[in-house]
Design a protein around this ligand. Structure first.
Ligand code: PGA
Length: 251
């Protein structure tokens, strides 16, 4: 099954508006119409409108880093999925910082997933184990729990969904997983999706690796048979580095 690699740039809570606009223009120059990969830029919520303006008409897609599951109402500070329509096409859900800094549960992830799909947006579902879970041999159990929780009540694996496998110990630490370990874990995620749903939808699903991806290690991840792209944090704030990462996935 040929899966088009998808590269996500998660800016997290970085950039002033001026910096964001400059980076968006730089990314458009570098990556517009790059064939063979899908590129999704996820700036802070405050700059999503700027991203839509600067990247409009280009091949680069805009993603949100988070969403709330209710469509509207008295939820101060939150942004709903219907509000993102027309600005973003993708939404990261369940990022480890949402789970571990803000205490998001698997149930919250499930509700957000439903809201995003209902709005016709494409989810990037992030999962991954903590260092102590990895060291305790619990990685597979944790991934299974996160996948089961996120898809509670789902009859089928949504076709437009991307799973990002991001070991928490590799995020923002400079300690990326080895290409071999990342491949093995992404294959594990695909196996769990096969068991939860079926082989053909799991085979079609794109699975990213994330955690300290940079211009130097991206090619190793690109070589993994089950690694269909990467979700990039720190290095996505550097136009040249992000371009190099995207190009590493061009076949
Ligand atoms: P990092 O972040 O590339 O800075 O490790 C990855 C992520 O959080 O998606």
């Amino acid at each position: 099954m040929a899966r088009t690699p998808v590269i996500g740039g998660n800016w997290k809570m970085n950039t002033t508006r001026v910096e964001a606009q400059a980076l968006l223009r730089d990314l458009r120059t570098r990556l517009d119409a790059l064939a063979g990969v899908e590129v999704v830029v996820c700036p802070p919520a405050a700059w999503l409108g700027d991203a839509a303006d600067v990247l409009g008409g280009s091949s680069i897609e805009v993603g949100a880093q988070n969403v709330y599951w209710e469509p509207k109402g008295a939820f101060t500070g939150e942004v709903s999925a219907p509000m993102l329509v027309g600005t973003a096409t993708q939404v990261i859900i369940g990022h480890s910082e949402r789970r571990h800094v803000f205490g998001e549960t698997d149930e919250a992830t499930n509700r957000k997933l439903r809201a995003v799909l209902e709005a016709g947006l494409h989810p990037i579902l992030a999962i991954g184990e903590l260092r102590e879970e990895a060291e305790g041999g619990q990685t597979e159990a944790v991934l299974r729990r996160q996948i089961t929780g996120a898809f509670e009540g789902f009859d089928a694996l949504p076709g437009d969904l991307v799973v990002a496998y991001e070991p928490v110990w590799a995020i923002g630490t400079g300690l990326a997983a080895t290409a071999e370990d990342a491949q093995e874990r992404c294959a594990m995620v695909r196996r769990i999706l096969t068991e939860r749903f079926d082989a053909s939808s799991a085979d079609a699903c794109r699975i990213q690796y994330g955690g300290s991806v940079n211009a130097g290690n991206a090619a190793g991840f690109a070589a993994g048979a089950d690694i269909d792209g990467v979700l990039v944090g720190g290095a996505s704030l550097d136009g040249a580095a992000f371009e190099a990462i995207c190009r590493a996935f061009v076949a």
